[in-house]
Design a protein around this ligand. Structure first.
Ligand SMILES: O=c1ccn([C@@H]2O[C@H](COP(=O)(O)O)[C@@H](O)[C@H]2O)c(=O)[nH]1
Length: 238
């Protein structure tokens, strides 16, 4: 899990995924299946990617009453994913229920998936958080608070931006996972992301894993973009 580069497979269907993966022959990848793909293709897409030898982050960001989240997590646990998530805003009781569901549903003889919680989405700015969510603190304070309650609930880590990762490691613990989307190369378009950082900045801040979508999946040469980002993330100069 640590030092992973996770590719966000934000595609509409399985065919598009297969087309994207074609040039990556023999690469064991860490792939993220999000709502767009999962809601079209269902559990089979996860099972298929796992059968092909990839690691899978199922990014469904569960956020509901504790009982519902527990039952949903129990079902997801059976898919044998490596990483799953919830929203920390659901609260400690909901997050504890998610852990219980994951434990109850886990595949016999296999380690259960790591469970992380989304703090503040990387598409959220301080202004939006203050004015729309009515959370009157800085993004750092809010993300740190959510990280602390996530730890208290017994989860393995959080989704945050690289800007908050160092403080989380200092206050919550170096083993607590920080998984960071919003990764862009200097010259890339930010699109809808607000808290954006480069792969080398993320590495310098000590994040556990980066999540990269469009900078790879929408690149004219996805394989080249993947290796360029991977090298920066791993500190390899070419
Ligand atoms: O705070 C969050 C949580 C999840 N995401 C997801 O990561 C990818 C990022 O894609 P890009 O194309 O690299 O922007 C996407 O699947 C999001 O759903 C996030 O961006 N921020």
């Amino acid at each position: 899990m640590k030092n992973s580069l996770i590719i966000a497979l934000d595609f509409a269907n399985r065919q598009q995924v297969e087309d994207f993966l074609k040039p990556f022959t023999n690469e064991q990848l860490f792939l993220k299946v999000g709502m767009e793909l999962y809601y079209q293709e269902g559990p089979q897409i996860v099972e298929r990617l796992k059968a092909e030898g990839h690691q899978v982050f199922l990014d469904l960001k569960l956020h509901d009453i504790p009982n519902t989240v527990k039952s949903a997590m129990k079902g997801l646990a059976r898919l044998g994913c490596d990483l799953v998530n919830v929203h920390a805003a659901g609260g400690i009781e909901m997050m504890r229920a998610a852990v219980e569901g994951l434990e109850e549903g886990k595949v016999q003889g296999k380690e259960r998936a790591k469970l992380i919680a989304v703090t503040q989405l990387t598409s959220t700015s301080r202004q939006q958080m203050n004015s729309e969510q009515l959370i009157p603190v800085s993004l750092n304070e809010s993300v740190l608070h959510y990280s602390q309650i996530t730890k208290q609930a017994g989860l393995d880590g959080v989704v945050c931006s690289p800007f908050e990762a160092k403080q989380i490691a200092k206050k919550v613990g170096a083993d607590f996972l920080t998984v960071t989307p919003g990764i862009r190369m200097e010259t890339d378009d930010k699109q809808d992301q607000k808290r954006v950082a480069t792969p080398d900045f993320a590495r310098a801040e000590g994040v556990s894993a980066i999540v990269v979508g469009r900078s790879i999946t929408r690149a004219s040469n996805s394989l080249a973009a993947y290796y360029q980002i991977k090298n920066l993330w791993e500190g390899i100069s070419v």
